[in-house]
Design a protein around this ligand. Structure first.
Ligand code: AMP
Length: 218
């Protein structure tokens, strides 16, 4: 089964695709995570993309397509995968179609997580994660029970994404609306888009996604 999670920054793609990964045993391929790892490792790709990501822009298609083409060749993708953050442009979507056709594969579903822009900005600014167990928090909406101590693992180290600042979030939202949202038409024509209400509470969003995914017979 091959799934795409589509939605603006802060829509919950990461959380929901990790939950799907656990439930379905399919790997979550997050191009954002791959790029952040490249930046942290100071690799060639990391050096090429660091400034673009910090500004909230999109990394060139050729790089992203190469990254995904290499990733889906790996053994853990043989029964399918979950794409989180890719494709983000029509060129990427067309390249993905080509990669799948060449391998005799097809997309199962595109899950569109619908959210409200203004709420998204609030949600993204102020979010932070525990560096040890990865659980997510928010300065206003989900604080730790004890100041600076992770509820789940007790660690006192937390991380904030460099691109979760207000100006960058606005740039990322704009990139989404201008370059990524048009992809919906591409997939609507293929009849594989399922919208879910990303403003609902997290477990309800998971429930809606599970229902859609369980309805696919692949
Ligand atoms: P994300 O974690 O998905 O929000 O991605 C973080 C940043 O990585 C984005 O704002 C882009 O700068 C870059 N990025 C991730 N995936 C892609 C992609 N498919 N195409 C272009 N840029 C990407």
């Amino acid at each position: 089964m091959i799934l795409i999670l589509l939605g603006p920054p802060g829509a919950g793609k990461g959380t929901q695709s990790r939950r799907l990964q656990e439930r379905r045993g399919l790997p979550q391929l997050s191009t954002g995570d791959m790029l952040r790892a490249a930046v942290a490792a100071d690799s060639d790709i990391g050096r090429e993309t660091k400034a673009i990501m910090a500004a909230g822009g999109l990394v060139p298609d050729r790089l992203m397509v190469r990254m995904i083409a290499e990733r889906i060749e790996q053994e853990d993708c043989k029964d399918g995968f979950i794409l989180d953050g890719f494709p983000r442009t029509t060129a990427q979507a067309e390249a993905l179609d080509g990669l799948l056709v060449a391998r005799g594969l097809k997309l199962s579903l595109v899950i569109e997580i619908r959210v409200d822009d203004l709420v998204m900005i609030e949600r993204v600014i102020g979010r932070f994660t525990c560096t040890k167990c990865g659980i997510g928090y928010h300065d206003t909406f989900k604080t730790t029970r004890i100041d600076n101590v992770c509820d789940s693992c007790g660690s006192t180290k937390f991380d904030r994404r460099a691109d979760d600042r207000e100006d960058t979030v606005r740039a990322r939202l704009e990139a989404y609306h201008i370059q990524t949202a048009p992809l919906l038409d591409h997939y609507l024509k293929q009849g594989i888009v399922v919208p879910v209400d990303g403003m609902a509470v997290m477990d309800e969003v998971t429930f809606q996604i599970n229902q859609a995914v369980d309805g696919v017979n692949d």
